[in-house]
Write a protein that binds this ligand. Structure first.
Ligand code: MD6
Ligand code: FE
Length: 213
């Protein structure tokens, strides 16, 4: 601990972007997160899932935690066993839990204890179409998202799939909280531009911490 460091005691800035939506810029230790997810991918590889309608999801993903979000012809759901590795999903690192929990508490969501974290990987040109996150049990719990690497534009709509969104650029290290009235809002991620980031190359990673069960 740097007890005498003037900055060590300063509380990170939290911006309120809308009712239920909070942003902490440059909040996490991205090298630590990136090292951890590389290790996770060895156990639960990134994969392209299939929508219930049979479309390949261009953004690849995997999960950590007790439950992992999954999609195939049978539907969207949470799975306790990774259908690819046939093993339990890797555990959420303790430090990830602490970071998500502490930020959520600052935003007014006490006792946020995620049991699932979905990790997305965006390659240049990929995007995430407008959706609601509604496969979780308890909507009073927020979702906490951490972005790594290339900047993406996160688009927040309302109760409808389209319309004019609020555009939120998410940079390396940013942490976004999505709860309360906004928990069921539609949102999307714009097509990733071809850029180079020192940590992740041309890719972007996003981790979404949830209380799924
Ligand atoms: C992403 N995020 O940022 C995708 N969902 O790559 C999400 O879909 C998301 O960031 C719910 C709450 C926060 C999110
Ligand atoms: Fe989402």
């Amino acid at each position: 601990m740097m007890q005498n460091d003037l900055f060590s005691s300063i509380t990170p800035v939290m911006e309120k972007l809308a009712e239920g939506v909070f942003l902490f810029r440059d909040y996490v230790d991205t090298e630590y997160f990136y090292t951890q997810i590389q290790d996770i991918f060895k156990q639960a590889p990134l994969r392209h899932m299939i929508t219930p309608g049979g479309k390949r999801i261009n953004v690849s993903g995997t999960s950590i935690g007790k439950a992992g979000w999954y999609s195939d012809r049978k539907g969207y759901r949470y799975e306790m066993i990774d259908p690819v590795s046939q093993k339990a999903w890797p555990a959420i690192p303790q430090r990830f839990m602490e970071i998500a929990n502490k930020a959520a508490a600052r935003a007014g969501f006490e006792k946020f204890l995620p049991d699932s974290c979905f990790i997305n990987c965006y390659e240049p040109g990929t995007r995430l179409t407008s959706h609601q996150d509604q496969d979780e049990k308890d909507f009073s719990q927020p979702i906490v998202s951490v972005s790594l690497g290339v900047t993406a534009i996160f688009q927040l709509y309302g109760d409808q799939r389209g319309g004019t969104p609020m555009n939120i650029p998410l940079h390396n290290g940013d942490l976004l909280i999505f709860g309360g009235i906004a928990r069921r809002y539609f949102h999307s991620v714009k097509k990733l531009e071809k850029e180079n980031h020192p940590l992740t190359g041309d890719r972007r990673f996003n981790l979404t911490f949830r209380k799924a069960l």
